[in-house]
Design a protein around this ligand. Structure first.
Ligand code: APR
Length: 233
């Protein structure tokens, strides 16, 4: 069965995506050959992107974060726009993403569960004042609030819990879906990767360049670029 046929037969599609959805927007993923975690650093990126490292070496965290995690010039690609269109047509009920780049909302998607937060939300640890990603990009060293407190990005660092309301929304959407599209993710980070286990609907499709642990558990595997596959719908 083709993905087009599955979509025609479905009315409550949920899309579950990862960094591979944004590579066609010029944002490298993490675990591919040219991914962020494959590049050589004195401290491994997974260590830098941890809660302990943020509080112990805030300046060094931000040097890496501004350089590698803030891609504010990136634009939505065909995958993001195709999903926003499916939502407008009433076919797609939610996007569940592990990405923090905000590109789904920039393409027009409304119901987006950002499991790992967003670079566009930044909060002063002392007075809770909100700051933009642009403020963080322009800052030097550890960004300071007007009150003197440190500003922290609302992204889930290693060692931090996911936002419970976001998790509940994502799991409920997946549980209620009649079709699940999983794309651009290695499904190697938990608890996020485990949420697709709540799917109990009819059609499931995986669109991923490399193999994943989910390949043998879904109805259709498409080895391709998610932007190209979704733009052909
Ligand atoms: N089309 C389809 N698949 C793609 C594309 C593309 N254009 N580009 C990359 N991929 C695939 C790669 O083959 C890879 O399997 O996307 C997957 C990306 O996997 P990861 O780099 O591991 O990214 P992700 O699964 O999102 O990582 C999960 O890890 O470090 C944490 O918080 C970080 O949210 C991230 C989480």
């Amino acid at each position: 069965m083709t993905i087009q046929r599955m979509i025609r037969e479905s009315g409550k599609i949920v899309f579950f995506g990862g960094a591979g959805v944004s590579t066609e927007s010029g944002i490298p993923d993490f675990r591919s050959e040219d991914g962020l975690y494959r590049q050589k650093y004195s401290v491994p990126p997974e260590t830098i992107l941890s809660s302990d490292y943020f509080y112990a070496h805030t300046g060094a965290f931000y040097d890496f974060y501004r350089d590698k995690m803030l891609c504010l010039s990136a634009k939505p690609n065909a995958a993001h726009f195709a999903l926003a269109k499916l939502e407008r047509e009433g076919k797609l009920s939610a996007v569940v993403t592990q990405n923090i780049d905000g590109l789904h909302q920039a393409a027009g998607s409304k119901n987006v569960f950002e499991l790992h937060g967003s670079v566009h939300r930044n909060t002063c640890l002392r007075c809770k004042k909100q700051y933009s990603a642009e403020f963080i990009l322009k800052s030097k060293g550890a960004p300071r609030c007007a009150c003197g407190g440190i500003v922290k990005p609302d992204v889930v660092l290693y060692g931090e819990p996911l936002d419970s309301a976001t998790v509940d929304g994502a799991v409920n959407a997946i549980r209620d879906a009649d079709m699940l599209i999983v794309a651009g993710t290695s499904l190697s980070v938990y608890p996020a990767a485990g949420f697709i286990g709540y799917f109990q609907g009819k059609h499931s499709v995986l669109i991923n360049r490399d193999e994943t642990p989910f390949d043998d558990r879904c109805e259709l595997v498409v080895r391709g670029k998610v932007g190209e596959v979704l733009s052909d719908l």
